[in-house]
Design a protein around this ligand. Sequence first.
Ligand code: ADP
Length: 180
Amino acid sequence: MQVTIEQSKLELVEGDITKQSVDAIVNAANTSLLGGGGVDGAIHRAGGPAILEECKRLGGCETGDAKITTGGNLPARHVIHTVGPVWHGGRSGEREKLASCYRRSLEVARENGLTSVAFPSISTGAYRYPLDEAAKVALRTVKEYLEAHTDIELVRFVLFGPESYRAYEQALEDLTAGRA
Ligand code: ADP
């Protein structure tokens, strides 16, 4: 599924983010930036040790913030590491922190002159953020960014499996129809 927002494309695909040929893929990392499971493990495995070497020099990353490294052996030239919130029931600022991940990642992309960015579904794995809620926050935040800035030409959500894809598809339909 694909929509146009101002001059930019926002698209949803089902697949593996490590295979994406874009300027940057975003990693759902943890605050240490020293590797983990899920999409983080997959990115370090596919990208090789150069990514971890750079991460070690970054001094970690706060929840909601984002930092950039090389893409190592990945088809993407860069990895933007962001740290999503752990879900604690929704009253601990989870929504704002998750929105901040998407905003900060796009700001870091822009600061580095990048124009195409692929995101995974941040926080919906080990961090247990409810998928439907996370999809709404993710898409709304990216839409607002693209409405306000023209530098990023493509944002692709790479959803791992049909359940994630369907949740994002429903959220994007609701958002574009003005239901969300
Ligand atoms: P978090 O700790 O932020 O919840 P996880 O990596 O556990 O991060 O999960 C985030 C999302 O990334 C989940 O929806 C998971 O299915 C997905 N995911 C795992 N591997 C990949 C991959 N190779 N490409 C894209 N998404 C992935």
